[in-house]
Design a protein around this ligand. Structure first.
Ligand SMILES: [Zn+2]
Length: 280
């Protein structure tokens, strides 16, 4: 049975058949009728996912040159500065906190945290190869998952482009709650289904078989968070769906600007905090 892991509904509508250029097969994505989130079905098994990430560096090199090098870092730094400001995250808190990033890849954002004088910095990734390429002092690197983090030890948990990759979203959420302190923040950046994705149909840039397996709508994400007593206190949406080279840079700038302005972009970043339960 196809179930939406964001809103728990089993009703779905539109299907997209997406050809994967990386692993030479066609997969099917379903749209949840209730919340509009999108899931690959059937979900890839553990071995398929493992195999995919073993080739990750190679895949990223083909798809998105620059993602993992110095220029990539500068671009990322500017983007993160802007995004964190837009969602209302106070970067001045970084130096007093234990900051943890799940899915740290080759450590660009860890470097950002170190440059911001993070008190304690922990990076977690499933790829040994990527972790081995990180050359940073004062950072703890873990080849594993949130299971490896102590209960109530984290002030700020960063999940940049993680959620859409994870088969077991429930366990990710439970673990996120377990490791964070009561007054913590969670930052989630994720592709979002909706207007832009509808416009591009099966050609949408974030349909990436075996990599992006469960993509939420904004509504679906909020429903998921609610089940864990979490609420969104600030967010931003950006991305017109056009990637560099697809259209003239002038038009891309206009479309990107508009998507952000009217908050219909196909990516979003959310500042999330625990719902304060009023004392009786
Ligand atoms: Zn749903």
């Amino acid at each position: 049975m196809i179930q939406c892991n964001y809103c728990n509904s089993t009703k779905h509508k539109k299907r997209y058949h997406v050809q994967s250029s990386e692993n030479n097969k066609t997969v099917t994505y379903y749209t949840c009728q209730r919340c509009g989130s999108i899931m690959q079905y059937p979900l890839p098994d553990e071995n398929t996912i493992k195999e995919y990430y073993n080739n990750y560096r190679e895949i990223k090199k083909n798809m998105n040159p620059g993602y993992l090098n110095q220029q990539g870092y500068n671009a990322l730094k500017n983007e993160r500065n802007m995004t964190l400001k837009e969602i209302g995250f106070d970067s001045k808190t970084i130096p007093n906190k234990t900051n943890i990033e799940l899915g740290c890849a080759n450590g660009h954002f860890l470097r950002y945290l170190v440059e911001m004088n993070s008190k304690e910095t922990i990076g977690i990734d499933i790829s040994d190869e990527l972790l081995n390429s990180i050359d940073l002092n004062g950072v703890t690197l873990i080849n594993g998952s949130l299971d490896d983090i102590k209960t109530s030890s984290c002030d700020t948990l960063f999940l940049f482009n993680v959620l859409e990759h994870i088969p077991d979203i429930q366990s990710l959420m439970e673990n996120s709650i377990r490791i964070t302190k009561p007054d913590s923040s969670i930052i989630i950046e994720v592709p979002l289904s909706g207007f832009v994705q509808n416009f591009f149909g099966a050609k949408w840039r974030f349909f990436m078989p075996d990599e992006h397996i469960q993509i939420p709508s904004k509504k679906g994400l909020i429903m998921l968070l609610k089940r864990y007593n979490l609420k969104v206190t600030g967010y931003t949406r950006f991305g017109s769906g056009f990637t560099s080279g697809m259209i003239h840079p002038f038009f891309k700038r206009i479309f990107d600007y508009s998507a952000k302005k009217i908050k219909c972009g196909d990516r979003g970043t959310f500042l999330i905090q625990p719902e304060k339960i009023k004392p009786l």
